[in-house]
Ligand binder design. Structure first.
Ligand code: AMP
Ligand code: GLY
Length: 449
Protein backbone atom coordinates (compact mmCIF):
# COMPACT_ATOMS: atom_id res chain seq x y z
CA UNK A 1 0.00 0.00 0.00
CA UNK A 2 1.17 3.54 -0.77
CA UNK A 3 0.16 6.15 1.82
CA UNK A 4 0.23 9.93 1.48
CA UNK A 5 0.19 11.94 4.72
CA UNK A 6 -0.71 15.65 4.50
CA UNK A 7 0.93 18.11 6.89
CA UNK A 8 4.32 19.18 8.21
CA UNK A 9 4.40 18.86 12.00
CA UNK A 10 5.14 16.39 14.76
CA UNK A 11 1.71 14.83 14.40
CA UNK A 12 2.33 14.10 10.73
CA UNK A 13 5.82 12.78 11.50
CA UNK A 14 4.24 10.39 14.02
CA UNK A 15 1.46 9.40 11.58
CA UNK A 16 3.94 8.72 8.77
CA UNK A 17 6.16 6.67 11.12
CA UNK A 18 3.23 4.61 12.36
CA UNK A 19 2.12 3.99 8.76
CA UNK A 20 5.64 2.92 7.81
CA UNK A 21 5.52 0.25 10.55
CA UNK A 22 2.38 -1.31 9.04
CA UNK A 23 3.45 -4.48 7.17
CA UNK A 24 0.95 -3.69 4.40
CA UNK A 25 2.67 -0.40 3.61
CA UNK A 26 5.27 -0.22 0.86
CA UNK A 27 5.82 3.53 0.52
CA UNK A 28 5.03 6.53 2.65
CA UNK A 29 4.85 10.01 1.09
CA UNK A 30 4.32 13.26 2.97
CA UNK A 31 3.25 16.68 1.69
CA UNK A 32 5.00 18.88 2.58
CA UNK A 33 6.59 16.87 5.43
CA UNK A 34 9.74 17.93 7.31
CA UNK A 35 13.37 16.83 7.71
CA UNK A 36 12.21 14.14 10.15
CA UNK A 37 9.84 12.53 7.63
CA UNK A 38 12.48 12.90 4.88
CA UNK A 39 14.62 10.34 6.71
CA UNK A 40 12.22 7.46 5.93
CA UNK A 41 9.51 8.80 3.57
CA UNK A 42 9.31 10.86 0.38
CA UNK A 43 8.49 14.54 0.93
CA UNK A 44 6.66 16.59 -1.72
CA UNK A 45 6.52 20.36 -1.86
CA UNK A 46 2.73 20.54 -2.04
CA UNK A 47 0.48 22.54 0.26
CA UNK A 48 -2.31 20.46 1.91
CA UNK A 49 -4.80 23.27 1.22
CA UNK A 50 -4.06 23.36 -2.53
CA UNK A 51 -6.78 20.82 -3.34
CA UNK A 52 -6.08 20.28 -7.08
CA UNK A 53 -2.35 19.89 -6.34
CA UNK A 54 -3.08 17.33 -3.60
CA UNK A 55 -5.31 15.30 -5.94
CA UNK A 56 -2.65 15.46 -8.68
CA UNK A 57 0.04 14.30 -6.26
CA UNK A 58 -2.10 11.44 -4.91
CA UNK A 59 -2.77 10.33 -8.48
CA UNK A 60 0.84 10.59 -9.60
CA UNK A 61 2.17 8.45 -6.73
CA UNK A 62 -0.85 6.12 -7.04
CA UNK A 63 -1.75 6.61 -3.39
CA UNK A 64 -4.03 3.92 -1.94
CA UNK A 65 -4.78 6.10 1.06
CA UNK A 66 -4.45 9.78 1.93
CA UNK A 67 -4.30 10.69 5.64
CA UNK A 68 -5.00 14.32 6.50
CA UNK A 69 -3.15 15.75 9.51
CA UNK A 70 -4.38 19.33 10.08
CA UNK A 71 -7.94 20.70 10.18
CA UNK A 72 -7.65 23.53 7.64
CA UNK A 73 -7.52 21.31 4.51
CA UNK A 74 -10.41 19.23 5.85
CA UNK A 75 -12.57 22.30 6.41
CA UNK A 76 -11.55 23.42 2.91
CA UNK A 77 -12.81 20.10 1.45
CA UNK A 78 -9.67 18.09 0.70
CA UNK A 79 -11.40 14.81 1.62
CA UNK A 80 -14.28 15.60 -0.76
CA UNK A 81 -11.86 16.40 -3.59
CA UNK A 82 -9.94 13.15 -3.05
CA UNK A 83 -13.07 11.00 -2.78
CA UNK A 84 -14.47 12.61 -5.93
CA UNK A 85 -11.27 11.48 -7.66
CA UNK A 86 -11.80 7.94 -6.34
CA UNK A 87 -8.94 8.10 -3.81
CA UNK A 88 -9.65 6.78 -0.29
CA UNK A 89 -9.12 9.49 2.30
CA UNK A 90 -8.91 9.21 6.09
CA UNK A 91 -10.52 12.47 7.09
CA UNK A 92 -14.04 13.91 7.15
CA UNK A 93 -15.83 15.77 4.36
CA UNK A 94 -16.03 19.56 4.64
CA UNK A 95 -19.61 19.17 5.86
CA UNK A 96 -18.56 16.78 8.66
CA UNK A 97 -15.43 18.84 9.46
CA UNK A 98 -17.78 21.58 10.68
CA UNK A 99 -17.71 19.68 13.98
CA UNK A 100 -14.40 21.52 14.46
CA UNK A 101 -14.89 24.37 12.00
CA UNK A 102 -17.99 25.76 13.71
CA UNK A 103 -18.50 25.67 17.48
CA UNK A 104 -22.21 26.46 16.97
CA UNK A 105 -22.59 23.51 14.58
CA UNK A 106 -20.84 21.18 17.06
CA UNK A 107 -23.12 22.39 19.85
CA UNK A 108 -26.22 21.72 17.75
CA UNK A 109 -25.04 18.20 16.89
CA UNK A 110 -24.37 17.51 20.58
CA UNK A 111 -27.79 18.85 21.56
CA UNK A 112 -29.52 16.75 18.91
CA UNK A 113 -27.50 13.65 19.88
CA UNK A 114 -28.00 14.13 23.64
CA UNK A 115 -24.24 14.32 24.22
CA UNK A 116 -23.16 15.81 27.57
CA UNK A 117 -21.44 19.17 27.10
CA UNK A 118 -21.38 22.64 28.64
CA UNK A 119 -24.62 24.62 28.46
CA UNK A 120 -24.16 27.32 25.83
CA UNK A 121 -25.74 30.12 23.88
CA UNK A 122 -24.90 31.31 20.35
CA UNK A 123 -24.88 35.13 20.32
CA UNK A 124 -24.91 37.69 17.53
CA UNK A 125 -25.14 40.89 19.64
CA UNK A 126 -22.92 42.20 22.43
CA UNK A 127 -25.92 42.89 24.71
CA UNK A 128 -26.93 39.28 24.38
CA UNK A 129 -23.35 38.17 25.25
CA UNK A 130 -23.39 40.37 28.36
CA UNK A 131 -26.67 38.87 29.56
CA UNK A 132 -25.55 35.28 29.01
CA UNK A 133 -22.20 35.94 30.75
CA UNK A 134 -24.15 37.08 33.79
CA UNK A 135 -26.54 34.15 33.62
CA UNK A 136 -23.71 31.61 33.59
CA UNK A 137 -21.42 33.53 35.98
CA UNK A 138 -17.61 33.38 36.21
CA UNK A 139 -15.31 31.84 35.08
CA UNK A 140 -16.47 33.02 31.65
CA UNK A 141 -15.98 30.97 28.48
CA UNK A 142 -16.28 32.87 25.19
CA UNK A 143 -15.62 31.16 21.85
CA UNK A 144 -15.27 32.43 18.32
CA UNK A 145 -17.69 30.37 16.22
CA UNK A 146 -15.20 29.95 13.35
CA UNK A 147 -11.73 28.42 13.05
CA UNK A 148 -9.37 30.93 14.63
CA UNK A 149 -6.01 29.19 14.48
CA UNK A 150 -6.05 28.35 18.18
CA UNK A 151 -6.91 31.92 19.24
CA UNK A 152 -10.66 31.54 19.36
CA UNK A 153 -11.33 30.67 23.00
CA UNK A 154 -11.06 32.86 26.07
CA UNK A 155 -11.59 31.43 29.55
CA UNK A 156 -11.43 34.16 32.17
CA UNK A 157 -12.68 35.43 35.51
CA UNK A 158 -12.59 38.93 34.01
CA UNK A 159 -15.97 39.96 32.57
CA UNK A 160 -14.35 42.85 30.69
CA UNK A 161 -11.88 40.53 28.96
CA UNK A 162 -14.70 38.14 28.07
CA UNK A 163 -16.75 40.97 26.55
CA UNK A 164 -13.75 42.37 24.68
CA UNK A 165 -13.11 38.97 23.05
CA UNK A 166 -16.79 38.68 22.09
CA UNK A 167 -16.74 42.17 20.59
CA UNK A 168 -13.64 41.32 18.55
CA UNK A 169 -15.34 38.19 17.13
CA UNK A 170 -18.56 40.06 16.34
CA UNK A 171 -16.63 42.86 14.63
CA UNK A 172 -15.10 40.43 12.16
CA UNK A 173 -18.56 39.04 11.41
CA UNK A 174 -18.34 35.85 13.49
CA UNK A 175 -20.94 34.55 15.88
CA UNK A 176 -19.94 34.02 19.50
CA UNK A 177 -20.59 30.95 21.61
CA UNK A 178 -20.81 31.66 25.34
CA UNK A 179 -20.52 28.59 27.53
CA UNK A 180 -20.89 27.44 31.07
CA UNK A 181 -17.45 26.73 32.64
CA UNK A 182 -16.68 23.02 33.00
CA UNK A 183 -14.57 22.08 35.98
CA UNK A 184 -12.45 18.93 36.17
CA UNK A 185 -9.32 17.46 34.60
CA UNK A 186 -9.10 17.50 30.81
CA UNK A 187 -8.69 14.34 28.79
CA UNK A 188 -8.20 13.84 25.05
CA UNK A 189 -9.89 10.77 23.66
CA UNK A 190 -9.48 9.90 19.98
CA UNK A 191 -11.61 7.49 17.95
CA UNK A 192 -11.00 6.15 14.45
CA UNK A 193 -14.41 6.33 12.76
CA UNK A 194 -15.86 4.85 9.56
CA UNK A 195 -19.10 6.83 9.54
CA UNK A 196 -20.92 4.26 11.64
CA UNK A 197 -18.41 2.42 13.84
CA UNK A 198 -15.64 3.72 16.09
CA UNK A 199 -12.37 2.34 17.44
CA UNK A 200 -11.42 4.40 20.50
CA UNK A 201 -7.80 4.90 21.47
CA UNK A 202 -6.61 4.99 25.07
CA UNK A 203 -6.96 8.40 26.72
CA UNK A 204 -4.17 10.97 26.74
CA UNK A 205 -3.63 14.36 28.33
CA UNK A 206 -1.91 17.40 26.95
CA UNK A 207 -0.45 20.46 28.68
CA UNK A 208 -1.66 23.64 27.07
CA UNK A 209 -0.01 26.44 29.05
CA UNK A 210 3.50 27.50 28.15
CA UNK A 211 4.89 27.44 31.70
CA UNK A 212 5.37 24.95 34.52
CA UNK A 213 2.36 24.45 36.80
CA UNK A 214 0.02 25.63 34.07
CA UNK A 215 1.20 29.23 34.02
CA UNK A 216 1.48 31.71 31.16
CA UNK A 217 -0.40 31.86 27.88
CA UNK A 218 -2.01 28.94 26.10
CA UNK A 219 -0.07 27.15 23.37
CA UNK A 220 -0.73 24.41 20.85
CA UNK A 221 0.43 22.02 23.60
CA UNK A 222 3.75 21.69 25.45
CA UNK A 223 3.66 17.96 26.11
CA UNK A 224 1.41 14.95 26.56
CA UNK A 225 1.33 11.49 28.07
CA UNK A 226 -0.65 8.30 27.84
CA UNK A 227 -2.25 6.23 29.33
CA UNK A 228 -3.72 8.11 32.30
CA UNK A 229 -3.21 6.07 35.47
CA UNK A 230 -5.79 8.12 37.33
CA UNK A 231 -8.62 7.90 34.79
CA UNK A 232 -11.68 5.83 35.70
CA UNK A 233 -11.26 2.31 34.31
CA UNK A 234 -14.54 2.53 32.36
CA UNK A 235 -13.81 5.97 30.87
CA UNK A 236 -13.35 4.72 27.30
CA UNK A 237 -16.58 2.68 27.40
CA UNK A 238 -18.48 5.55 28.94
CA UNK A 239 -17.22 8.07 26.38
CA UNK A 240 -17.88 5.65 23.52
CA UNK A 241 -21.45 5.05 24.62
CA UNK A 242 -22.40 8.54 25.74
CA UNK A 243 -20.40 10.69 23.33
CA UNK A 244 -18.74 9.03 20.32
CA UNK A 245 -21.51 6.67 19.18
CA UNK A 246 -24.41 9.14 19.57
CA UNK A 247 -22.37 11.77 17.68
CA UNK A 248 -21.65 9.35 14.82
CA UNK A 249 -25.31 8.35 14.66
CA UNK A 250 -26.41 11.98 14.58
CA UNK A 251 -23.90 12.89 11.88
CA UNK A 252 -25.06 9.96 9.79
CA UNK A 253 -28.74 10.80 10.34
CA UNK A 254 -28.21 14.34 9.08
CA UNK A 255 -26.44 13.12 5.95
CA UNK A 256 -22.89 14.07 6.95
CA UNK A 257 -21.35 10.78 8.13
CA UNK A 258 -18.07 11.21 9.97
CA UNK A 259 -15.11 9.30 8.51
CA UNK A 260 -11.78 10.05 10.12
CA UNK A 261 -10.44 10.81 13.56
CA UNK A 262 -12.94 12.19 16.04
CA UNK A 263 -11.09 13.97 18.84
CA UNK A 264 -13.20 14.39 21.95
CA UNK A 265 -11.70 17.00 24.26
CA UNK A 266 -13.34 16.21 27.59
CA UNK A 267 -13.63 17.65 31.05
CA UNK A 268 -14.12 14.94 33.69
CA UNK A 269 -16.64 16.80 35.81
CA UNK A 270 -18.23 15.65 39.06
CA UNK A 271 -21.24 14.61 36.97
CA UNK A 272 -19.26 12.63 34.41
CA UNK A 273 -17.32 13.36 31.22
CA UNK A 274 -18.52 16.34 29.19
CA UNK A 275 -17.33 17.54 25.80
CA UNK A 276 -15.23 20.71 25.85
CA UNK A 277 -14.55 20.56 22.13
CA UNK A 278 -14.60 18.26 19.16
CA UNK A 279 -11.72 18.24 16.70
CA UNK A 280 -11.83 16.37 13.42
CA UNK A 281 -8.20 15.26 13.29
CA UNK A 282 -5.48 13.79 15.48
CA UNK A 283 -4.40 16.08 18.33
CA UNK A 284 -0.90 17.44 18.57
CA UNK A 285 1.13 16.60 20.70
CA UNK A 286 -1.04 13.73 22.07
CA UNK A 287 -0.63 11.77 18.82
CA UNK A 288 3.12 11.46 19.23
CA UNK A 289 3.12 9.44 22.50
CA UNK A 290 -0.09 7.61 21.55
CA UNK A 291 1.08 6.29 18.21
CA UNK A 292 4.49 5.36 19.64
CA UNK A 293 2.65 2.71 21.70
CA UNK A 294 0.25 1.54 18.99
CA UNK A 295 0.82 -2.06 17.94
CA UNK A 296 -2.10 -2.36 15.52
CA UNK A 297 -1.44 -1.69 11.82
CA UNK A 298 -2.49 1.96 11.57
CA UNK A 299 -2.54 2.42 7.80
CA UNK A 300 -4.65 -0.71 7.21
CA UNK A 301 -7.12 0.40 9.88
CA UNK A 302 -7.36 3.95 8.49
CA UNK A 303 -7.89 2.50 5.01
CA UNK A 304 -10.72 0.30 6.33
CA UNK A 305 -12.26 3.40 7.95
CA UNK A 306 -11.84 5.42 4.74
CA UNK A 307 -13.67 2.61 2.93
CA UNK A 308 -16.47 2.83 5.52
CA UNK A 309 -15.89 -0.66 6.89
CA UNK A 310 -14.24 -1.17 10.26
CA UNK A 311 -16.45 -4.22 10.88
CA UNK A 312 -13.57 -6.70 10.62
CA UNK A 313 -11.32 -4.86 13.06
CA UNK A 314 -11.69 -5.87 16.69
CA UNK A 315 -9.97 -3.00 18.44
CA UNK A 316 -6.72 -1.14 18.81
CA UNK A 317 -3.78 -2.68 20.66
CA UNK A 318 -1.33 -0.53 22.60
CA UNK A 319 1.94 -1.65 24.14
CA UNK A 320 1.30 -1.84 27.91
CA UNK A 321 3.73 0.94 28.78
CA UNK A 322 3.65 4.65 29.43
CA UNK A 323 4.73 7.22 26.86
CA UNK A 324 5.56 10.83 27.65
CA UNK A 325 6.20 13.51 25.02
CA UNK A 326 7.88 16.83 25.86
CA UNK A 327 7.89 19.76 23.43
CA UNK A 328 11.09 21.71 22.82
CA UNK A 329 9.96 25.24 21.91
CA UNK A 330 11.77 28.21 20.38
CA UNK A 331 12.59 31.23 22.52
CA UNK A 332 9.64 33.61 22.47
CA UNK A 333 6.96 30.95 21.86
CA UNK A 334 3.98 31.35 21.68
CA UNK A 335 3.81 35.10 21.01
CA UNK A 336 6.98 35.69 18.95
CA UNK A 337 9.08 32.57 18.42
CA UNK A 338 12.61 33.13 17.16
CA UNK A 339 13.27 30.79 14.26
CA UNK A 340 16.32 29.94 12.16
CA UNK A 341 18.54 28.84 15.05
CA UNK A 342 20.55 25.60 14.72
CA UNK A 343 19.44 22.42 16.47
CA UNK A 344 22.23 20.02 17.41
CA UNK A 345 22.59 16.73 19.23
CA UNK A 346 19.96 14.64 17.47
CA UNK A 347 20.12 12.00 14.80
CA UNK A 348 17.50 12.28 12.09
CA UNK A 349 16.65 8.59 12.42
CA UNK A 350 15.69 8.76 16.08
CA UNK A 351 12.08 7.51 16.39
CA UNK A 352 11.78 9.18 19.79
CA UNK A 353 12.32 12.64 18.31
CA UNK A 354 9.45 13.96 16.20
CA UNK A 355 10.02 17.08 14.14
CA UNK A 356 7.34 19.71 14.74
CA UNK A 357 8.94 22.88 13.34
CA UNK A 358 12.28 22.22 11.67
CA UNK A 359 13.90 22.77 8.29
CA UNK A 360 17.28 22.25 6.73
CA UNK A 361 19.47 25.28 6.10
CA UNK A 362 22.06 23.68 3.84
CA UNK A 363 23.07 20.66 5.91
CA UNK A 364 22.17 22.27 9.20
CA UNK A 365 18.88 21.48 10.93
CA UNK A 366 17.29 24.72 12.19
CA UNK A 367 14.12 25.66 14.04
CA UNK A 368 11.36 26.85 11.72
CA UNK A 369 8.50 27.23 14.17
CA UNK A 370 7.43 27.79 17.76
CA UNK A 371 7.13 24.13 18.62
CA UNK A 372 10.33 22.58 17.28
CA UNK A 373 10.53 18.97 18.45
CA UNK A 374 8.47 16.51 20.46
CA UNK A 375 10.81 14.23 22.40
CA UNK A 376 9.43 10.92 23.69
CA UNK A 377 10.29 8.60 26.52
CA UNK A 378 8.81 5.21 27.41
CA UNK A 379 8.69 3.12 30.54
CA UNK A 380 6.83 0.60 32.63
CA UNK A 381 6.06 3.46 34.98
CA UNK A 382 5.23 7.07 34.26
CA UNK A 383 8.26 8.08 36.30
CA UNK A 384 10.44 5.92 34.05
CA UNK A 385 8.88 7.31 30.87
CA UNK A 386 9.37 10.87 32.12
CA UNK A 387 12.95 10.22 33.02
CA UNK A 388 13.70 8.85 29.55
CA UNK A 389 11.94 11.72 27.76
CA UNK A 390 13.84 14.36 29.74
CA UNK A 391 17.12 12.45 29.29
CA UNK A 392 16.58 12.34 25.50
CA UNK A 393 15.73 16.03 25.53
CA UNK A 394 18.86 16.94 27.49
CA UNK A 395 21.00 15.66 24.64
CA UNK A 396 19.54 18.22 22.20
CA UNK A 397 20.67 21.83 21.98
CA UNK A 398 18.77 24.82 20.63
CA UNK A 399 19.92 28.28 21.62
CA UNK A 400 17.16 29.88 23.73
CA UNK A 401 15.00 26.76 23.39
CA UNK A 402 12.89 25.81 26.39
CA UNK A 403 10.51 23.14 27.62
CA UNK A 404 8.19 22.47 30.52
CA UNK A 405 9.69 20.42 33.36
CA UNK A 406 6.43 19.07 34.70
CA UNK A 407 4.89 17.04 31.89
CA UNK A 408 3.08 14.11 33.59
CA UNK A 409 4.73 15.11 36.88
CA UNK A 410 1.60 15.16 39.04
CA UNK A 411 0.44 11.78 37.75
CA UNK A 412 3.91 10.30 38.29
CA UNK A 413 3.88 11.62 41.84
CA UNK A 414 0.49 10.07 42.43
CA UNK A 415 1.82 6.84 40.95
CA UNK A 416 4.70 6.88 43.44
CA UNK A 417 2.38 7.58 46.38
CA UNK A 418 -0.01 4.82 45.38
CA UNK A 419 2.94 2.45 44.97
CA UNK A 420 4.13 3.28 48.48
CA UNK A 421 0.65 2.95 49.94
CA UNK A 422 0.10 -0.51 48.48
CA UNK A 423 3.69 -1.63 49.04
CA UNK A 424 4.11 -2.12 45.29
CA UNK A 425 7.42 -2.13 43.58
CA UNK A 426 7.87 0.33 40.74
CA UNK A 427 6.69 -2.34 38.29
CA UNK A 428 3.09 -1.92 39.28
CA UNK A 429 1.24 1.18 38.32
CA UNK A 430 -2.01 2.33 39.86
CA UNK A 431 -4.48 2.52 37.01
CA UNK A 432 -7.66 3.55 38.79
CA UNK A 433 -6.69 6.19 41.29
CA UNK A 434 -8.87 9.22 41.87
CA UNK A 435 -8.77 11.75 39.04
CA UNK A 436 -6.41 14.64 39.67
CA UNK A 437 -5.98 17.57 37.32
CA UNK A 438 -2.39 17.78 36.11
CA UNK A 439 -2.51 21.54 36.10
CA UNK A 440 -4.48 22.56 39.16
CA UNK A 441 -4.01 26.28 38.64
CA UNK A 442 -4.96 26.16 34.97
CA UNK A 443 -8.68 25.98 34.97
CA UNK A 444 -9.33 28.99 37.10
CA UNK A 445 -6.80 31.23 35.40
CA UNK A 446 -7.67 33.66 32.65
CA UNK A 447 -6.77 31.86 29.47
CA UNK A 448 -6.52 32.70 25.84
CA UNK A 449 -6.15 29.78 23.50
P1 AMP B 1 -11.54 24.74 22.55
O1 AMP B 1 -10.86 25.44 21.43
O2 AMP B 1 -13.02 24.74 22.50
O3 AMP B 1 -10.91 23.45 22.73
O4 AMP B 1 -11.08 25.42 23.91
C1 AMP B 1 -9.71 25.61 24.24
C2 AMP B 1 -9.47 25.33 25.68
O5 AMP B 1 -10.27 26.22 26.48
C3 AMP B 1 -9.91 23.93 26.10
O6 AMP B 1 -8.93 22.98 25.89
C4 AMP B 1 -10.21 24.14 27.56
O7 AMP B 1 -9.02 24.09 28.31
C5 AMP B 1 -10.75 25.54 27.62
N1 AMP B 1 -12.22 25.48 27.57
C6 AMP B 1 -13.00 25.48 26.48
N2 AMP B 1 -14.32 25.40 26.80
C7 AMP B 1 -14.36 25.34 28.14
C8 AMP B 1 -15.43 25.23 29.09
N3 AMP B 1 -16.71 25.20 28.73
N4 AMP B 1 -15.10 25.18 30.40
C9 AMP B 1 -13.82 25.22 30.80
N5 AMP B 1 -12.76 25.32 29.96
C10 AMP B 1 -13.03 25.38 28.65
N1 GLY C 1 -3.59 19.13 21.55
C1 GLY C 1 -4.67 19.95 21.19
C2 GLY C 1 -5.05 19.93 19.78
O1 GLY C 1 -4.47 19.23 18.98
O2 GLY C 1 -5.99 20.62 19.42
Amino acid sequence: MTVLVLGSGGREHALALACSRDPQVGQVHVAPGNPGTASFAVNHDVSPTDLPAVVDLARSIEADLVVVGPEAPLVAGVADALRAAGIPCFGPSAAAARLEGSKAFAKQVMADAGVPTAASCVCTELDQVAKVLDDFGAPHVVKDDGLAGGKGVVVTEDRGQALAHAQHCLEVGHRVVVEEFLDGPEVSLFAICDGERALPMQPAQDFKRVGNDGTGPNTGGMGAYTPLPWAPHDLVDQVSQQIIMPTLAQMQAQGTPFIGLLYAGLALTSTGPKVVEFNVRFGDPETEPLLSLLESPLASIMLAAAQADLSTIDGLRFRPEYAVGVVLASQGYPSAPITGRPITGLTSQDADVLHAGTRLDGDQLVASGGRVLVVLGHGETLAGARQEAYQNLSEIQLDGGFHRDDIAAAAAEQEALAGLASGNSSHETPRHATATPEEPSYRNNPSTN
